[in-house]
Write a protein that binds this ligand. Structure first.
Ligand code: HDD
Length: 737
């Protein structure tokens, strides 16, 4: 064949005997690849592939026989294979080596922040009210989406106590059919820093001191206050931490905030700026500081237990998701507030929160490690219809959350872990890497290709793909600096302070006094006092008095801020679902109405707990807590049906609660219960001998939040009304107005 003929009949591409393929990459989907079978849903599977978490096997080990990880049945897992009963272990004991090696590697690094947390399953239902601002499918009317929510503290290690003073994480993964959406929120609407490059600084300052590794899960130490007093943009977040919001009563009673401003896109392509809010059905409610401290010792798993128990008992926690909507103007500004500054809120009175859907948490995890520990959130997990803005904190987060999983979950395939698997079909071209679980078919994990028929294809304009909006970026020069609008660090802290009720202000003063009182360095205390002087003179002078230091003069103008009533947690009424009602009984008390009362309490969605002098039954009623095991912090309200006297042979309590020896009036452990619920401003009710017990303890039915009456039913009706306000606020001593 001559040269010219050779060029005229080129060799067709493709394999011998196969229809020659086109030279060009196909432009139409012909045979789209099916989704990878193991990424189609987050179904739980055992190592053998059998379904887990079903009704039948939810809490059981699987299969009849114990096996090795390769399925060989095991006859003995209690004795290693030895050279005689007293001899050394033989190297050939493969079962021993597998068991110990696996155990040696059971732990993974805890999260660098938010290590301590609890996660649960649930469902989200869209109201359709956001349809004007976003075309995101999961927000449309009546659409339900499975979710997984993880609550957390920030500073403590994985085993630290739940009720420390800290910010709480509130991260929700929506498994939408258009891709996963992660709303990685906190219970505080502002952040310590305006630029994510400072995240290591604020966290290093808050974590335990590097030399002794103390204190654990606390901000009451020098490095934290050193940083926030120097870096004054942290003052707003810090004041929220010092308020009662820093010690929530329950995860079920916290608001959540997306913090940043996000962008939404509607079906016409029009954009709006939005801020996300979670509003709890049970209202915002907090512990008192003394309760929080007691619980840290008595029940460090308090929040985890509370969430698990509420779901187990069917009292499913609920939140409404809401958005504040702003015009997407070139300045990214609303009412003079820079919407890209994550240290600022927009008061709800200026931009109301519009409800767009409901979250119901209704399923506890089957396996804590598999689900709660391995769940990986990322603010960049966005479905079509929701996008990010240029908030420099959010921009930094978009890098950090992927990066951190590489260490924590051991490689780039963490979205294949069951809890992280999307519900949308996944046709990515990511391949190989540690912990690869997919067995990808096809030969062309690249684009463009012809060998896999051009699959998978890029989505067209009408295929509901995620869109990179052509948002205008201001023409500028490269700089390492903030805009001037980020400079005001005090006026919104003053707004928060001005919005607090007198009781809440008092608690804030005490919190600053405690935290700064735990610092050693007087220059740090004095510097923080200067920040308080720039917020409010009363706040500053009260804390200064407590520290025994002079109150400085302000160095910024003390502008008068309009209070935002939505920031206070005092003044409303809420349902009391899942509240714990302690009922003190004794052998001689009037117990006739107690069984009926228990039914009433259950019917009201609350949990009655009978507290008796001993276990077993008292007057035929089953006892759940004894005077030795009960502590007031477990109860939201205390009812007295009897008057337990001290044991005749005792001078005081038999446990280690350390009360002073008491006279014959009342069992000292019941006296302690009463004194604490009184101090913590909880409702107290009594009837029959219980009224005598109250009087013996020094409390009369005339006092605020104390209800006495003839019978259990009428007392409880009044108690219920008072409980709706969360606490008997009048009982707290208040020095400031
Ligand atoms: Fe973050 C975890 C919330 C700023 C870097 N963050 C984490 C979690 C929550 C938040 C709730 C726990 C997620 C879980 O339960 O697994 N973080 C926030 C909020 C912020 C914020 C509301 C500000 C508005 N975070 C922030 C910045 C950075 C990070 C500025 C880094 C530049 N955050 C992380 C992280 C973590 C994390 C290191 C640790 C574990 C993880 O991501 O998965 O990447």
């Amino acid at each position: 064949m001559d040269k010219a003929a050779e060029m005229a009949t080129p060799e067709p591409p493709g394999r011998p005997g196969v229809e020659p393929a086109s030279f060009d990459e196909p432009t139409e989907p012909r045979e789209p690849l099916p989704p990878k079978p193991d990424q189609s849903s987050p179904d739980m599977r055992t190592a053998t592939g059998a379904p887990a978490g079903t009704e039948e096997n939810a809490r059981t080990q699987q299969g009849a026989y114990l096996t090795t990880s390769t399925g060989a049945r095991v006859r003995d897992s209690d004795h290693s294979l030895k050279a005689g009963p007293r001899g050394p272990i033989l190297m050939q004991d493969h079962h021993f080596r597998e068991k110990i090696t696996h155990f040696d590697h059971e732990r993974i690094p805890e999260r660098v922040v938010h290590a301590r947390g609890s996660g649960v399953h649930g469902v989200f239902e869209g109201y359709g009210t956001a349809a004007d601002v976003t075309h995101a499918g999961f927000l449309q009317k009546g659409v339900t989406t499975p979710v997984f929510t993880r609550f957390s503290t920030v500073l403590g290690s994985r085993g630290s106590a739940d009720t420390v003073r800290d910010t709480r994480g509130f991260a929700t993964k929506f498994y939408t059919p258009e891709g996963t959406f992660d709303l990685v929120a906190n219970n505080i609407p502002v952040f310590f820093i305006q630029d994510g490059i400072k995240f290591p600084d604020v966290i290093h300052a808050g974590k335990p001191h590097p030399d002794r590794e103390i204190p654990q899960a606390q901000s009451a130490h020098d490095t934290f206050w050193d940083f926030v007093s120097l870096h004054t943009e942290a003052q707003h977040h810090t004041m929220w931490n010092m308020s009662d919001r820093g010690i929530p009563r329950s995860y079920r009673m916290m608001e959540g905030f997306g913090v940043h401003t996000f962008r939404m896109i509607n079906a016409e392509g029009a954009t709006s700026l939005v801020k996300f809010h979670w509003k709890p059905k049970l209202g915002v409610h907090s512990l008192t500081w003394e309760e929080a401290q007691l619980i840290n010792g008595i029940d460090p798993d308090f929040h985890r237990r509370d969430l698990f128990d509420a779901i187990e008992s069917g009292a499913f926690p609920e939140w409404e998701l809401g958005i504040q909507v702003f015009e997407d103007n070139p300045e990214q500004e609303f009412a003079g507030i820079d919407l890209l500054d994550p240290t600022k809120i927009v008061p709800e009175e200026l931009a109301p929160v519009q409800p767009i859907g409901r979250l119901t948490l209704n399923g506890n995890p089957t396996n804590f490690f598999a689900e709660v520990e391995q769940v990986a959130f990322h603010p960049g997990h966005l479905p079509p219809g929701i996008d990010v803005t240029d908030d420099p904190l959010l921009q930094a987060r978009l890098f950090s959350y992927i990066d951190t999983q590489l260490t924590r979950l051991g490689g780039p395939n963490y979205n294949q872990i069951p809890i992280n698997r999307p519900h949308a079909p996944v046709n990515d071209m990511l391949r190989d890497g540690y912990h690869q679980h997919a067995d990808h078919a096809g030969v062309a994990p690249y684009k463009p290709n012809t060998l896999d028929g051009g699959c998978p294809f890029f989505a067209g304009a009408d295929d509901r793909a995620f869109e990179d909006l052509p948002v205008r970026v201001a023409e500028s020069t490269k700089v390492r600096e903030n805009p001037a609008t980020f400079d005001d660090h005090f006026s919104q802290v003053r707004l928060f302070w001005a919005s607090m009720s007198p009781v809440e202000k008092e608690h804030i003063i005490r919190a600053y006094s405690f935290e700064l009182g735990k610092c050693y360095d007087n220059t740090i205390k004095a510097r923080q006092l200067q920040c308080l002087a720039n917020i409010d003179p009363v706040l500053c002078s009260e804390v200064a008095t407590s520290l025994g230091l002079p109150a400085p003069e302000p160095t910024v103008p003390l502008t008068e801020e309009v209070p935002s009533p939505a920031l206070s947690q005092v003044g409303g009424t809420w349902p009391a679902d899942g509240r714990m009602v302690g009922i003190v009984v004794d052998e001689d008390g009037e117990l006739g109405g107690v069984e009926a009362l228990k039914s009433t309490i259950f019917a009201a969605g609350m949990v009655p707990l009978i507290i008796g002098p001993h276990g077993g039954t008292v007057g035929g009623i089953e006892v759940q807590r004894t005077f030795a095991t009960a502590r007031s912090v477990e109860f939201d309200v205390l009812l007295l049906a009897g008057r337990p006297m001290p044991a005749p042979d005792s001078h005081g309590s038999r446990d280690d609660k350390g009360g002073a020896p008491s006279g014959p009036a009342l069992d000292p452990r019941v006296q302690l219960l009463l004194d604490e619920v009184w101090r913590h401003a909880k409702v107290i009710g009594a009837w029959g001998d219980g009224t005598a017990a109250l009087e013996a303890a020094g409390y009369s039915g005339q006092l605020p939040g104390v209800v006495t009456g003839d019978d259990a039913a009428s007392v409880f009706t009044q108690v219920q009304e008072l409980m709706a306000s969360h606490r008997v606020w009048d009982r707290f001593p208040v020095a400031v107005s």
